[in-house]
Design a protein around this ligand. Sequence first.
Ligand code: SF4
Length: 496
Amino acid sequence: MQDIGLFELDRPREECGVFGIYAPGRDVARLTFFGLFALQHRGQESAGIATCDGRMAYIHKAMGLVSQVFDEDNLRPLKGHLAIGHTRYSTTGSSHLRNSQPYLIETLYGPLGVAHNGNLTNALELRHSLLERGVGLSSTTDSEVITQILAAPPEVWHHGTPDGDDLGDRWIARIRAFMQVAQGAYSLAILTRNALYAARDPHGLRPLCLGELEGGYVVASESCALATIGARYLREVEPGELVRIDRSGITTVMGHLPERRALCVFEHVYFARPDSLLEGKVIHKVRQAMGRQLALEAPADADVVVPVPDSAVPAAIGYSHTSGLPFIEGLTKNRYIGRTFIQPDDHLRQVGIQLKFNPLSANLEGKRVVLIDDSIVRGNTAKPLVQLLRDGGASEVHLRVSSPPVRHPCFMGVDMATKAELIANRLDVAGICEQVGADSLAYLSLEGMERAIAEEQFPEQAHCNACFSGNYPVRIPPWLTSEYREKLVFEEMWGS
Ligand code: SF4
């Protein structure tokens, strides 16, 4: 039976959350479980934890939410002093246990576990190289490709790679060799017999931060996972940086020379949890700044400001502050609906979005509403949301979007949609407004979005905004942009 997107909002999908911990004497599996709990929003289709006690490695992973995958019985055997964990979102066609993470294999130098967030743009080439060398692969993900590259002696992949000290196991040299040949996005947590490693691609496309807790250190996609387990945020793992954590503490080396910083701007727009700290600022405040900027750029003659819950709430607060219009709740969200494998009947299919949202008529009756959303990708949920507000009594609905129109697909680890599916690629703003049935529609400008982020952040930060601008920070091979590739990638190859 097919998983349906009936309850899914029109959003790009972050592919993964990664977590790693080195803490002798602590229950690392349990701490990883709670860390993954905090990263659940980054992937809901599978979850896994691998641990190592210096001799043996242990793993449990399965399809489902973190709370569904783990219980006392399967956590207890995950012994050790270091662990990595992963939550994964996958697209249609790649939703199989064999694609779930972490990957764990045995190598000449003991166990190797890999948890990956991102997407390698040269994954197919690397995959072919592995197959030509006789390395068998059991899944369709680039994360398994990474694991197998790391397992090989470094000179196989990069001649002249410096050894590093590596206590004889050469893991630093192996990871460095991988970083020389890999292109695209990767934030990695790597488990070996005696050490935890964290590595981030030279552009820093996907987030990764470092924290400290009593008895050890933690790495995680977002700082909210550190806070959940009582760890203290230290800093971000820098683009191109390779961190080793072992009984001596933290060692940091340059894995690859950093290139133009290009953190995915959609982390600010939608992906990251509002309480997470990214590039030095709390995401909730950045989104409020986007809402304030949107109110300056696109005022509306209206009575109230209503967010699409929950992700657009901070932007709606910002819009309300600057416009002077009161912020109210106009849509009630069913937070327990999740995903379902039960097929809807024809009527339910038509009402779709009403299963997730209900209008709050008492707040809407006779009101001219500014509806704030954080993004529109395919445009298939904006229309029913506008209609819901009208059904609830709103006399006018003015849609305002706190990011620019999405016109280009993502090749760096985000399931966006194919180019043909993006509504802003097919229609101009007036055409989209007509299609969704709003009284008016306006987006935040690209310059306005960057200004809002800079207002809340270190001004030298730069971002990938390719899905808005078409300006990709990494070279995109021509075959990757074809419709054929899009189908291939979205259905099979999109890894992590
Ligand atoms: S293309 Fe868009 S979604 Fe992809 S990494 Fe860049 S900003 Fe993020």
